[in-house]
Design a protein around this ligand. Structure first.
Ligand SMILES: NC(=O)c1ccc[n+]([C@@H]2O[C@H](COP(=O)([O-])OP(=O)(O)OC[C@H]3O[C@@H](n4cnc5c(N)ncnc54)[C@H](OP(=O)(O)O)[C@@H]3O)[C@@H](O)[C@H]2O)c1
Length: 230
């Protein structure tokens, strides 16, 4: 299928849905949504389609930490749409964790979601994104890897210590990827959502976060910058 594809890993009802919906309205006619819960995913699919009649939305209910299942899903979406121009990694569990009763297994799972799975996704798609940057008309193509981050890497919250530490590791990984691949023409950067997301918040509501993300992404066409802080 021809067209432009965005892959959203962590397509939940908040930032995931808002970014998928806005990017679909602006530029992408093929949308791939990944999250674990099939029911919630179907609701996100409906919302994205609802406001964008010309787009095709495919969903895969898989856990990004299950590399075999994830790659089966991505093999299927790549065969249908071609590989994505934009990879948006948004999967995370925003859950409390407190000292010292939080199980170590939960820290390890969060690390897999935020770091290991992001790494295998980068392994899978970065060569394609680099080749897109080298071969495509720069005016018509903007290969990108975008990751949702937060203030936690720099300002850990003890009641969220597990998420704080894995987000710190994730940011470090994305910085290294950016240092390596932004000079190759791939826009690698983070959306730094520096506070709690809420539909009621004037600044940090999903719709505004998506809007600021789009403006930053579009500006990066001319001059890539590592982060947009919202
Ligand atoms: N919410 C906040 O207050 C806040 C604040 C600052 C930064 N952030 C960052 O924003 C991002 C998330 O945005 P959001 O909070 O608005 O959530 P969201 O976009 O509504 O949803 C993210 C989705 O990720 C999915 N997910 C989690 N673990 C997964 C896994 N292992 N495999 C596949 N999908 C998985 C979850 O769906 P399933 O359960 O169906 O898998 C969840 O609904 C995260 O990077 C988070 O750190 C959030």
């Amino acid at each position: 299928m021809v067209g432009k594809t965005i892959l959203v890993l962590g397509a939940g009802p908040g930032i995931g849905r808002a970014v998928a919906t806005l990017f679909a309205s602006k530029r992408y006619n093929n949308i791939v949504l990944i999250a674990r819960n099939a029911e919630r995913l179907a609701a996100v699919q409906k919302a994205v389609k609802g406001t964008n009649s010309g787009v095709t939305v495919k969903t895969y209910a898989v856990d990004t930490t299950n590399t075999v299942a994830l790659f089966e899903a991505l093999d299927n979406s790549d065969a249908t749409f071609g590989k994505p121009e934009v990879v948006f990694y948004n999967a995370a569990r925003v859950l409390p964790s407190s000292f010292l009763d939080h199980p170590v297994e939960d820290i390890e799972y969060d690390l897999k979601i935020n770091v290991s799975a992001l790494y295998v996704v980068a392994q899978r798609y970065m060569p394609h994104l680099v080749s897109l940057a080298k071969t495509a008309d720069p005016a018509s193509s903007q290969p990108a890897l975008i990751v949702t981050s937060s203030a936690l890497p720099h300002h850990p919250i003890p009641q969220l210590f597990a998420l704080s530490l894995v987000k710190a590791a994730q940011l470090n990984l994305v910085q290294s990827l950016s240092l390596t691949y932004t000079p190759e023409g791939v826009h690698v950067g983070v959306i730094n959502v520096a506070g709690q997301v809420s539909p009621e918040d004037e600044l940090r509501n999903p719709t505004n976060i998506a809007q600021k993300t789009w403006e930053w992404f579009e500006a990066a066409w001319e001059k890539p910058s590592f982060e947009v802080k919202i």
